[in-house]
Design a protein around this ligand. Structure first.
Ligand SMILES: O=C(O)c1cccc(C(=O)CC[C@H]2O[C@@H](n3cnc4c(=O)[nH]cnc43)[C@H](O)[C@@H]2O)c1
Length: 226
């Protein structure tokens, strides 16, 4: 739709935001942070890229948005994102989409079958990061990887951080949600709160409550910047 502003015709911007989480507990944390702002729809995507891509596509077919955000909890890479902190993706990468060879991993890009990378709006990601920091929270901006399998050994954690230098966090839906958003020509962001360290499996050490509190705090910032 075009509107007349100060005598010049400008495209009116759709300011509605679709936020996709993996599970209901994350959705509730985001809703608490948003404080009933009706510019935002918050939907459960399911776990894993495929479920998330399908759910996102279905929601995008039902209503019109200007931005899609994947929000939830995640594993943080050692030295990059501590438990209870927040990460904002500078890019979303499908880190295990490709082929294993005796000489190492080949991404789908290297295989010539597409792209394992979803770009985010760099300016907006930086703005959200700054706003979260200004609100007094610990936040890192960096690549967030999407994996089909939650990492459970130090060897896999190390291989992934070599594969994606500077990766700050690992989750399971960003690439699927980003692919759905891109198919509608929409920008995407991925914002996660860290519940556990990426490495040897220790489910008892996951700090889900702490991460959900951080996710709620990050979501309160969305109201001002998105
Ligand atoms: O048990 C609960 O109360 C609970 C509450 C909220 C979320 C959960 C989940 O298990 C969410 C699964 C979701 O979390 C992401 N995630 C978290 N840590 C990792 C990780 O180390 N590696 C990969 N993914 C991680 C992921 O996106 C899952 O879909 C439970």
């Amino acid at each position: 739709m075009k509107t007349e502003v100060n005598g010049s015709e400008q495209a009116s911007k759709n300011n509605r935001v679709l936020i996709m989480t993996s599970v209901e507990a994350e959705r509730e944390a985001v809703l608490r942070g948003l404080n009933h702002d009706d510019r935002f729809d918050v939907c459960v995507a399911g776990v894993g890229s495929v479920a998330a891509a399908i759910s996102t596509t279905k929601q995008l077919a039902k209503a019109s948005y200007g931005l899609v955000v994947n929000a939830g909890i995640a594993g943080g890479f050692e030295g990059q994102a501590e438990i209870g902190s927040i990460v904002v993706a500078s890019a979303i990468l499908a880190a295990d989409l490709g082929a294993e060879t005796p000489d190492g991993f080949l991404s789908v890009d290297e295989l010539g079958f597409g792209s394992s990378r979803i770009s985010v709006e760099a300016g907006l990601a930086a703005q959200v990061t700054e706003a979260i920091r200004a609100a007094g929270h610990t936040v890192s901006l960096g690549p967030v990887i999407t994996c089909t399998t939650v990492t459970g050994t130090a060897a896999t954690a190390e291989a992934l951080s070599h594969r994606v230098p500077g990766a700050v966090a690992e989750a399971m839906e960003g690439y699927g949600i980003g692919t759905a958003a891109a198919s509608y020509g929409l920008p995407v962001l991925e914002i996660r709160a860290i519940s556990n360290a990426v490495g040897p499996r220790n489910r008892a050490a996951w700090r889900i409550k702490e991460a959900l509190n951080a996710l709620e705090a990050a979501s309160a910032v969305f109201v001002e910047v998105l």
